[in-house]
Design a binder for this molecule. Structure first.
Ligand code: CA
Length: 226
């Protein structure tokens, strides 16, 4: 059974979330403060944490940073702040995803399912992804479209690998730049635009109607292929 820790000071929203999760067979632990969240998370029962950013006792980002000092369970942040800088800040502080309030409970459930599907050992296991006529074999670094090999540069392959190994996870521009280009990078978002554009072209994806890579403007990219 999956256990989700819900951290939300708004009682009505906390109860509504609890009901909707329990109706899907998810066990729910719920708390209203950052301090309680850290205490409950520390006992290790939660498989995933839904964390509201606006808490009465602590800043949600500080709660997140402290959570990340002892746990790697997925954290989905609920935020009323729709400023992009805040979204980037929570993702860089270790959140797996965020949902902006007000939100559709179905959207949150979909994000929860996606975060739980990403297994902790996904980084090492062989990954073969098939989407329509496209086949991506990451262990052999072989990509084919309609059985014809697709030739990717090393940079394109690294980007693709990061995206495919983190399905449905929003990866920030800063994260991708640091991972692919190195520690000194983080603001060269024009590099990313160029390389993601090439990748889309070679894989046959369409930025305006994507089936593989979605752009979250000003924030990052998400691999959406099932
Ligand atoms: Ca709140």
């Amino acid at each position: 059974m999956t256990t989700v820790l819900v951290v939300e000071d708004d009682g009505a929203l906390r109860r509504a979330l609890g009901l909707s999760l329990r109706s899907r067979g998810i066990e729910v632990l719920d708390v209203a403060t950052g301090e309680q969240a850290l205490n409950v998370a520390a006992d290790g029962r939660a498989d995933l944490i839904v964390l509201d950013l606006g808490l009465p006792d602590m800043d949600g980002v500080d709660v997140l940073k402290r959570l990340r000092s002892f746990t790697t369970v997925p954290v989905i942040v609920l935020t009323a702040r729709d400023r992009q800088a805040d979204k980037v800040r929570v993702l860089d502080a270790g959140a797996d995803d965020y949902v902006t309030k007000p939100f559709d409970p179905e959207e949150l459930l979909a994000r929860i399912r996606a975060a739980l599907r990403r297994s902790p050992d996904a980084e090492t296991g062989p990954v073969v992804v098939r989407v329509g006529d496209l086949e991506i074999d990451l262990s052999r670094r072989r990509i084919t479209r309609d059985d014809e090999p697709v030739h990717l540069t090393r940079t394109e392959l690294q980007l693709l690998e990061l995206l495919v190994r983190n399905p449905e996870k929003l990866l920030t521009q800063e994260y991708l730049l640091r991972e692919v280009w190195g520690a000194g990078y983080g603001t060269e978002t024009n590099y990313l635009r160029v390389y993601i554009g090439q990748l889309r072209k070679k894989l046959g994806d369409d930025a305006t109607n994507p089936r593989l890579i979605v752009t979250e403007p000003g924030i990052g990219y998400r691999w959406i292929a099932e």
